[in-house]
Design a protein around this ligand. Structure first.
Ligand code: ADP
Ligand code: XUL
Length: 525
């Protein structure tokens, strides 16, 4: 029996906990609480978010996230978990979301230590009742204002690691500052989802982690410190409201006595700063070297990679975030991953097996036919007036549409990740659609990379547990990241997909044609 570490992942729809036995190299407990199932009646959420008349506005109730934490501990206790063996805890939050608090937040945390309820004394701590989250797209105007005041898209990217994006925290803060000035002025602290929950767990207002802080358009990506220029471009007096930004191995403090007493933790259980879900997943899937990327094929598709030094897209594509290793990571987010694949599958009434069979029997390159798959608004590239373009085929050609959508998604990810300048020879595929091997063959051939799949899910909470272990041991005997992840990341070595040289050549040639079609479409749209 070795030291135990606990990692949380507070995502859009659920809270997940992963507990590991570090010396045994084993995940020994995993559980999820769905926000709708547990809190719909109390907080009125659907799919974890609050209904809004304006489809651009997507908010969630911050106290629900804190309550979920308490509920998870209670569930774990009911499952017989011995909390006294846990050495350190960390967590992961959905990125970009922000929590607005007044001075009373400090006394709330203080009073919590002797309270038996996490919601007691919390009614008056929020200056913005609900939290804008990453799905909110209502701040295009503020993005433009911030971008302009920072000197344009290129300088915004070079300072903050990303162009101004509607879901990023800076534009969200600016909107609040403009529209609710009094409430903004009453705000003493602005937390991210990650640092808010980190504060609840440690019982003190937590710093913001450098990895997650990079998703705000407020941090200087190269120095890992707040950018004065970005603060000025965003809102007045912002520096007085922001917690410090700190490295990913920061120990925020010992566990809040509230949790120690209620659940039986030892009093010096360490709370390691929480990070965003993407930096945590980087560790959870074991991306600690250059040349490796992960492609998560979920509702949205996310392509991300480890990066030694920050490089930037001159078109403002993707993002550069801080990696838990102290280096960088890069990320491309497609709003429509499985959403688009399902549109095609459903249009022809296919099962996933039938969809795969079509991919298996059709030729790489689709006979020169190309699709631009803009069924809905997209962020990579930015599409606000969606339209599906089919070159050389029509809507009725089932086979060309099936191959067309997958090739389009994979070509797009290669095209829009070229700026990362990382020669990718290995891709780790995760998410629901990664069980479709025919899709992975296209991925492998388009990217000319070996594609591996995983046995383990919940990479963000696993990554958080591994970060907790790394920071804990660093206090006495630092461990290399190789030895931290060793044995936890279970790659399915029997089912590696190797690129096929002939198909790779076809896609190498097709990439520039795809790029031309996309460019022409964007120019005319
Ligand atoms: P989320 O991003 O919501 O967590 P998941 O990673 O669980 O989503 O992926 C769910 C999606 O996986 C489903 O919406 C479905 O479209 C897709 N999926 C499931 N099985 C297959 C399959 N065999 N082939 C392609 N896609 C699949
Ligand atoms: C990343 C992003 C999402 C959220 C989801 O930029 O917006 O991946 O972190 O939780």
């Amino acid at each position: 029996m070795g030291d135990l570490f606990l990692g949380f992942d507070s995502s859009t729809q659920s809270l997940t906990a992963t507990m590991i036995d570090f010396s045994e190299r084993k995940v020994i407990y995993q559980n999820s609480i769905g926000f709708d199932e547990a809190f719909k009646a109390k907080y009125g959420v659907t799919n974890g978010v609050l209904p809004n008349k304006n489809p651009l506005i997507v908010h969630a109730p911050p106290l629900m996230w804190a309550e979920a934490l308490d509920k998870m501990f209670a569930t774990m206790k009911a499952h017989g978990i011995d909390f006294s063996r846990i050495k350190a805890i960390s967590g992961s939050g959905q990125q970009h979301g922000s929590v607005y608090l007044n001075e009373k937040f400090h006394s709330y945390l203080e009073k919590m230590k002797d309270s038996d309820s996490i919601v007691a004394n919390a009614e008056n701590i929020f200056t913005r009742k609900t939290s804008p989250i990453w799905m909110d797209t209502s701040t295009e105007k503020e993005c433009e204002e911030i971008r302009r005041s920072l000197g344009g898209m290129q300088t915004t990217v070079e300072i903050t690691g990303s162009d101004a994006f509607a879901r990023f925290t800076g534009p969200q803060i600016r909107k609040f500052f403009k529209e609710e000035r009094v409430a903004y002025e009453e705000t003493a602290i602005i937390h991210l989802v990650s640092s808010f929950l980190s504060s609840i767990l440690a019982g003190v207002s937590s710093p913001i982690d450098r990895g997650d802080g990079a998703g705000m358009n407020l941090m200087d990506i190269k120095s890992g410190k707040w950018s004065k220029k970005a603060f000025e471009a965003t809102a007045e007096n912002l520096s007085s409201k922001m917690p410090d930004v700190k490295p990913c191995d920061t120990i925020v403090g010992d566990i809040n006595p509230y949790f120690a007493k209620k659940y039986g933790f030892i009093s010096d259980t360490k709370c390691v700063i929480w990070s965003g879900d993407n930096p945590n997943s980087l560790i959870g899937v074991g991306l600690i070297r250059e040349g490796q990327a992960a492609f998560s094929l979920g509702t949205s598709d996310v392509y991300y990679a480890y990066m030694k030094d920050p490089k930037f897209s001159d078109k403002g594509e993707g993002h550069v975030f801080g990696a838990p290793t102290g280096d960088y990571m890069t990320l491309l987010v497609y709003l429509n991953g499985s959403l688009s694949r399902e549109k095609v599958r459903n249009a022809y009434g296919l099962s996933w097996d039938e969809f795969s069979n079509i991919l298996a029997k059709t030729e790489p390159g689709n006979g020169g036919r190309i699709m631009l798959p803009y069924f809905s608004p997209e962020i990579t590239p930015v599409i606000t007036r969606p339209k599906v373009m089919r070159y050389g085929f029509g809507e009725k050609d089932v086979e060309a549409n099936v191959r067309g959508i997958i090739e389009a998604q994979m070509l797009s990810s290669r095209l829009h990740s070229e700026w990362m300048g990382v020669e990718t020879n290995t891709i780790y595929a995760t998410g629901g659609a990664s069980k479709n091997r025919e899709i992975l063959h296209v991925m492998s051939n388009v990217h000319n990379a070996r594609v591996y799949t995983f046995a383990v899910s919940n990479s963000a909470s696993l990554g958080a547990a591994l970060r907790a272990a790394e920071a804990y041991y660093k206090q006495s005997r630092p461990l290399s990241w190789e030895s931290v992840i060793d044995g936890f990341v279970h790659i399915d070595m029997k089912n590696v997909i190797q690129p096929d040289a002939k198909a790779v050549k076809v896609y190498d040639a097709m990439l520039s044609q795809y790029a031309e079609k996309e460019k022409a479409f964007l120019a005319s749209n």
